[in-house]
Write a protein that binds this ligand. Structure first.
Ligand code: R5P
Length: 304
């Protein structure tokens, strides 16, 4: 086995600790101090020379800080001659900006890939990118993990009798089809309208398929403002679904998402811990399942 160290940035220390425990190591020592003006000043406190070094950091709130922290940690580590350095990014923010939605906008996901390369990360491990094609934005190898089996395992435990998988938008059909396959049930699609000039605003305006009498399982990659999920749940119940379960990998829960979700007719909300959900955002019907085993296995494969 290769000599390795796992560091954690500040965004999801509990997930990093679980991964470290599964791998049977302590987390590497790093001081994530700041200057008075807010500049991040990471200080690596381990000998990384000739070692395989992993740095786990999700891009959650405050996203830009987390990105900068990871890049600066990368720069600090590579200056001490590690053998190789791998970024473990359970949630890669900016992934939804994977194309120019209108002329004059950036392709932000590509910029993030560039930042990581400039910081000398030679590999990336990540979970459920918004779009599989983002892997192609990286010049370095990417291990793209899927949390769908983990979510499917939790959904099965609910013992729902008449399940039907629902994609809340056309872009999520592949994901929904994969889940439907894993649960061995059928799927339907909803059509979502986005407003290019109104940030984070969407509407579901058509269900393509019959959901009446069904236990609807809505699957999505990200819950950001909660708009997609809340409007889907309402439309499904209005169309006769007997229950609505939501499975989503990344609980961004931005703005007033928690208020929105707590008043929407969702029976079960299953998320993963790619992003740490603070106590005040933990809804009553929330089940959190961990991606730590997935990430630990991916690390174990690289170090063996
Ligand atoms: C969009 O294509 C994504 O898959 C999610 O449906 C979307 O990002 C969720 O955002 P919100 O919670 O703000 O509706």
């Amino acid at each position: 086995m290769k000599d390795f160290i796992l560091f954690s940035g500040s965004s999801n220390i509990s997930l990093a600790q679980t991964v470290a425990k599964t791998l049977g190591i302590p987390l590497g020592g790093v001081d994530l101090a700041r200057f008075a003006d807010g500049e991040i000043r990471p200080w690596i406190q381990e000998d990384v020379r000739d070692k395989t070094v992993f740095v786990l950091q999700s891009f959650s709130y405050d996203m830009d800080d987390h990105i900068m922290e990871l890049c600066l940690m990368g720069d600090a580590i590579r200056r001490s001659a590690p053998k190789t350095m791998i970024a473990v990014i359970p949630y890669m923010g900016y992934a939804r900006q994977d194309k120019q939605h209108r002329s004059g906008e950036p392709v932000s996901a590509r910029v993030i890939a560039k930042f990581l390369e400039v910081s000398k990360f030679s590999e990336v491990i990540t979970v459920d990118l918004h779009n599989d094609a983002i892997v192609g934005f990286f010049q370095v190898p990417v291990t793209h993990l899927s949390a769908l089996p983990v979510l499917a395992g939790e959904i099965k435990k609910l013992n729902l009798k008449n399940m039907l998988v629902v994609s809340p938008d056309v872009g999520g059909v592949k994901r929904a089809r994969n889940l439907a396959y894993q649960l061995d049930v059928a799927m339907v699609v909803m059509e979502k309208k986005r407003y290019i000039d109104r940030h984070d605003k969407s509407e579901n305006y058509q269900i393509i398929g019959d959901v009446s009498g069904k236990d609807a399982i809505v699957i999505d990659d990200v819950i950001s403002t909660g708009g997609t999920i809340a409007t889907s749940a309402k439309a499904l119940k209005d169309a006769g679904a007997v229950s609505v379960t939501v499975g989503a990998t990344h609980p961004v829960l931005a703005g007033n998402a928690v208020e929105k979700l707590s008043t929407s007719p969702i029976d079960h909300l299953i998320i993963t811990d790619t992003i740490a959900v603070p106590k005040e955002k933990q809804l009553k019907n929330l089940h959190v399942t961990s991606v730590a085993p997935l990430i630990s296995d991916a690390i174990a494969t690289i170090i063996r």
